[in-house]
Design a protein around this ligand. Structure first.
Ligand SMILES: CC(C)(COP(=O)(O)OP(=O)(O)OC[C@H]1O[C@@H](n2cnc3c(N)ncnc32)[C@H](O)[C@@H]1OP(=O)(O)O)[C@@H](O)C(=O)NCCC(=O)NCCS
Length: 293
């Protein structure tokens, strides 16, 4: 980031470490580090972790959560080697004349990249996992008064007052194409407050999360006309201590407009959502983060 003249990420690593522990618990075989001999004094044996690659497999969707190589070890094939070892084995085969093996792989391969990083975008695209959709970071203190209220025939039920697991899985399968209950448990354990939205007749319409730490999402709605009122509801009932931050896919035009009207502003360059084959209705979804949708 420094090389690109971009601000460095926060040095507060607790949320990242919690996510890494979650990924290590759910996908230990897709959690790899590259070890090299470092400068004297780095490790007891002189060894140093010079890179790491971590992916999550959720039903048929493989998602790259992290791939990092220390700057002075980059450009030597370490990133490619880590990626190849955590990809599903069919997809990591070299491309043949008929296309890439990622495209003939029966599942989906996906990740979010930084649009300012040509190396990662090219590395993944060469495997058929091509950047397709911008995802914008919006930041600020939202004013929910700018958004319409929930219709009278829609109720918001706190997750704490119900057992929403089956309903959440149904919504996720309809919108993302896969269920991921372990990630929902992780979100709740790390301070996100969730609501199930349903009609007075009892039909599930979607779910949404926000948090006092200001991390908004995920939000998944079967009926996209509820986007602005649901976002307004979450802004009203969960009041962050500081600024709110949210990742908004460009396809979710209703969320983009709602957050901008509520006063949030676009921060930095967008991320890019990459995939080997289409999945997910991102016009009706806001991800939890770029590291785990
Ligand atoms: C992205 C990253 C993990 C790659 O690791 P790495 O060890 O440097 O990468 P490798 O040397 O294995 O491979 C890089 C490939 O990109 C290619 N490449 C580099 N710049 C390129 C460009 N502008 N266009 C096309 N290809 C490019 C290289 O030629 C190489 O391909 P090859 O193996 O076919 O020769 C590393 O650069 C990194 O940590 N970057 C900063 C953090 C980051 O962006 N992480 C990704 C988050 S999604």
């Amino acid at each position: 980031m420094a090389r690109l003249g971009r601000p460095l990420p926060t040095p507060y690593l607790d949320p990242l470490l919690t996510l890494l522990r979650h990924l290590l618990a759910t996908d230990p075989e897709r959690f790899l580090v590259a070890v090299g001999s470092g400068p004297a004094g780095i490790g007891r044996s002189g060894e140093q972790i010079v890179g790491f690659g971590i992916a999550a497999q959720r039903e048929h969707v493989w998602f790259l959560s992290q791939l990092y190589v220390l700057p002075h070890h980059q450009g030597r094939g370490i990133g490619r080697a880590l990626l190849t070892q955590i990809l599903p084995s069919v997809a990591s085969a070299p491309p043949d004349a008929t296309g890439t093996s990622a495209q003939t792989h029966p599942g989906v391969l996906a990740m979010c990249t930084d649009s300012a990083q040509p190396v990662s975008n090219a590395l993944y695209a060469r495997f058929g996992i091509v950047p397709r959709l911008p995802v914008f970071n919006l930041v600020g203190t939202p004013n929910p008064a700018a958004l319409s209220r929930l219709p009278a025939d829609v109720e918001a039920v706190p997750f704490a007052e119900s057992d929403p697991a089956a309903a959440i899985d149904t919504v996720d399968r309809a919108i993302l194409g896969y269920a991921h209950p372990a990630d929902h448990a992780h979100l709740r354990a790390t301070g996100r407050t969730g609501f199930l939205y349903r009609s007075n007749a009892g039909d599930t319409l979607g779910y949404g999360y926000s948090s006092e730490a200001g991390r908004f999402g995920p939000v998944a709605l079967l009926d996209e006309t509820l986007t602005a009122p649901v976002l307004g509801h979450l802004m009203t009932v969960v009041r962050p201590r500081g600024a709110t931050t949210v990742w908004v896919p460009g396809a979710n035009d209703r969320a983009m407009i709602a957050f901008l009207r509520a006063g949030l502003r676009i921060e930095g360059f967008p991320a890019l959502l990459c995939w080997s084959r289409p999945f997910g209705g991102f016009e009706r979804y806001l991800p939890a983060s770029l590291a785990l949708l």
